[in-house]
Design a protein around this ligand. Structure first.
Ligand code: ADE
Length: 266
């Protein structure tokens, strides 16, 4: 479990984090937006649903937990919209559930796992699984000095060179926005972000994890080709089950790799 760092100086905090990097990873929180993405992983790892999750009463957020090898695994989802019954996708629910999970579960590592659109011009194909090297927003345009950079909010993901090499995963930048389609303005910023994959949660999870200094990695499986010919929503729905199965397979390989290792081994 990650150390508490309330009230520490920057230097003391760095010291504590350097020490934590040398301890075996113990508690992992997966932030997964869709239950359709989470449930195959929950089944594979034989996790159980927490009927008293460490979240404020009345929140729709869901936690599944259990042990896999020597890891304490948590899969958290932002749950369903109480009126429409669909998953709470996008940056606001992802931020809220990440914040509550860090406070309630105190993970050593966060893994934001899910599906994404991919750009064939950057080498993505349907079914590819990417590890994000950086994350940024593409729909927070604030044309005022410095606020422009704040809006884009570029953050480096926790680097995992050994993991990427061992599992032969593809690596690319991830760009996040609250729309599944892509407006011309979004496209401009996605290109500026040099993104290979596009999702609706990653940069929001990164923003919150950064506040608490929790190392975070992003695993994104491509359901649709954004710069292809097929309509995004059709291609997404058609490929979701098969791509989710690929995501689950990659995530369990990632856990096999992580097991027994320290953050600095990744
Ligand atoms: N998730 C899956 N496909 C996506 C896309 N094209 N844009 C944003 N999020 C996605």
């Amino acid at each position: 479990m990650a150390p508490r760092c309330d009230g520490l100086s920057d230097a003391a905090m760095k010291d504590l984090m350097a020490q934590a990097e040398k301890l075996p990873i113990s508690t992992v929180v997966f932030v997964v937006a869709l239950q359709a993405e989470a449930l195959p992983l929950v089944d594979k790892l034989e996790l159980i649903q927490d009927d008293k999750p460490p979240f404020p009463i009345g929140m729709p957020w869901i936690r599944f937990y259990g042990t896999y090898r020597d890891l304490f695994i948590n899969v958290v989802c932002p749950g369903k919209d109480s009126t429409l019954g669909v998953d709470n996708v996008g940056t606001i629910p992802a931020s809220l559930v990440t914040c509550a999970s860090i406070q309630g579960i105190r993970p050593d590592l966060i893994i934001n796992a899910g599906t994404a659109g991919g750009f064939k011009a950057k080498g993505a194909s349907v079914g590819d699984v990417f590890i994000a090297s950086s994350v940024a927003f593409h729909d927070r345009r604030i044309p005022v000095p410095v606020f422009d950079l704040y809006g884009v909010g570029t953050r480096k993901a926790f680097t995992t060179p050994n993991l990427v090499k061992e599992l032969s995963l593809k690596v690319g930048n991830l760009s996040t926005g609250d729309s599944m389609d892509m407006s011309p303005q979004d496209e401009e910023l996605i290109i500026a972000n040099d993104a290979t994959v596009k999702d609706m949660e990653g940069a929001a999870v990164a923003h919150v994890a950064d506040l608490f200094k929790v190392p975070t990695i992003f695993i994104k499986a491509v359901t649709d080709i954004v710069d292809g010919e097929k309509p995004t929503s059709e291609e997404y729905l058609q490929n979701l089950p098969a791509v989710t199965a690929k995501l689950t397979q990659s995530v369990s390989q990632v856990l096999d790799f992580i097991s027994g290792k320290c953050l600095s081994d990744l």
